[in-house]
Design a protein around this ligand. Sequence first.
Ligand code: BGC
Length: 430
Amino acid sequence: MNSISRLAAVISLASLFPLSVQAADSKGTVEVVHWWTSGGEKAAVDVLKAQVEKDGFTWKDGAVAGGGGSTAMTVLKSRAVSGNPPGAAQIKGPDIQEWASTGLLNTDVLKQVSKDEKWDILLDKKVSDTVKYKGDYVAVPVNIHRVNWLWINPEVFKKAGITKNPTTLEEFYAAGDKLKAAGFIPLAHGGQPWQDSTVFEAVVLSVMGADGYKKALVDLDEKTLTGPQMVKSLTELKKVATYMDADGKGQDWNLEAAKVINGKAGMQIMGDWAKSEWTAANKVAGKDYECVAFPGTDKAFTYNIDSLAMFKQTKDADTTAAAQQDLAKVTLSENFQKVFSINKGSIPVRIDMLNKMDSYGFDSCAQTAAKDFLADAKTGGLQPSMAHNMATSLAVQGAFFDVVTNYINDPKADPEKTAKQLWASVKAAK
Ligand code: BGC
């Protein structure tokens, strides 16, 4: 999208924001900007809305459609610039610090609730550091997603004569060939930049391992970004792309997930929010679908933590501090953590819960995710997702998105030149 059409989208979306209807007996309103708009995501966020309303507050929904959240972030910026930020917004990773450094986030509003609810004990330090600014909580973490998953329809695999889930890139290509030959879409994929980079980072992780991934996509090391392993990753990415849905250009991730669910496609590379679509379609993990680590990445876990950051409010704003505090309290409560993540496809962000997942009725995918999260945290296998705003600034992420998407779409693109271009763009955006 060019800058003018992007601005037009912002203006039209901003004007669509629903008016808040606060009941006379409401204890206060909280407006929440988020991008949870697919069927499964909506089912999850409705759990939060219901709990806030049960506590007597009014929920003003600021949903902005668009997977991965770039449209939501554009809307948020335009509202902040015009002095009208929402009460809370879905912001992630290093971006939380950037927002906090502008002075727009509220460093006081969560002081008491985080103390009363013992957040420092409930959360891993890595997580609490992300949502604190200079020692004060400015956001509440909601859940943990794993990004490096491969979703499989076993019925389609069977029809295509595939007897084993792929664990290496070679097996992945062999499965893709069989699916193609049997008339299926091998890989459901929407060609939006964030989805292209979700696949790119999975391939980098597979080729380079967690250490190489960290050097390239987290530390932004020049040698690694331009070296032979990156050239190999880009070469493999081009091969993976040959299996992507030919009708997937610009397609939303959930519409592509539906193709796997409905038996038109065999696989999808996507974070575990994809599971929310399977759940919403009443499908059961391990029976109707399989979740396996993207081939070659079973010892690693690219994480993506959703958080709700609290904005300072003007006197005449709808959102009140009491409502922000209730939202924060509800978010880390045990029951919400369970019900939300079951609907969302994620795992709880509370350490105490990750250690006893089976007692909450989580399915096999979530149990594997929790087990791997805890194990990979000890080995260095746990790495922040670049494609989901956890590893770099949004500017650097944008540089990756542009180069990766151009590379996938350019039939003449050269992996060696592209690796050099990656570094040049990242360096300029740093
Ligand atoms: C968010 C998820 C969301 C997904 C698709 C990710 O970046 O972290 O919560 O479900 O995008 O929209």
